[in-house]
Design a protein around this ligand. Sequence first.
Ligand code: MN
Length: 307
Amino acid sequence: MTDAHAPTLAATPPPPALDLIFASTTVLGEGMPIRRALPTRLRRMVGPWCFLDHFGPVDVASGKGMRVGPHPHIGLQTVTWLYEGELLHRDSLGSLQLIRPGQLNLMTSGQGISHSEESPQPRSPRMHGLQFWIALPDAVSAQAPAFEHHPELPVVMHEGLRCTVLVGEALGARSPAKMHSPVVGLDVEMSAATTASLPLDAGFEHAALVSEGEVLVEGQPLQPGALLYLGGGRESLALSTSGRARLALIGGQAFAEPILMWWNFVARSKAALGAACREWNAAEAKFGEVLGYDGGRLEAPMPPWNV
Ligand code: MN
């Protein structure tokens, strides 16, 4: 192996599956209801993907919109993808970045970073989007934090599907987003009734989430509010719609390193998660400082094993 940072990966992908997993509803930041599709009791990860929030579509013309005050991350990358509206990202590296539909924000926590997210002023009347976390392999989780904004991503038309490659590679196109393990993320847009076969990497496991309309995925009706876990070993995916619809497809090599999650942290031990909570609440320098957010920083809830 020539890449010193390559993670230890499962040799064989899991078998094909068609498991419908309902998202839970929760509240993000200062009162925005969202659907959380990962992690759930039935499924913790899909490849390295370990968190998936679907927010909106929601009217943000009045009220505060989305407001998530300064908070830290370790052990992961955050991926933000909007269908409608705008979000303003600030982080402890000094980034101040507005994101719009069709663009990608990618924040790599490395050893520690903090950020805030808010609906800007002025703004579009509706917001709709996804935020994912991707677990970092242990070998790279201690590296320096980084932030990337990609204003344009590769778009490939395939059998009536408009596919945007968010991360990884698909349909001969590669996203510029810097990844650290074998992974893919696609936005698949169908503007009218469509029947298509989307090629997949059989060495990956995959899951699909519909954000708009209804899609028959391998014959299984899928609507907003659920994640369809597809397993591995699939060369292609049968997609069919009777009208306009939109779907996110995530996948990757099954993540062979067991991870632990608490609050906004991904680590390998309970001790590391507890330490991250203490360090953030003590405002230690490793997480830096977010400047300019009009509100307070979030406090880490101490884990029950470390009170
Ligand atoms: Mn965050």
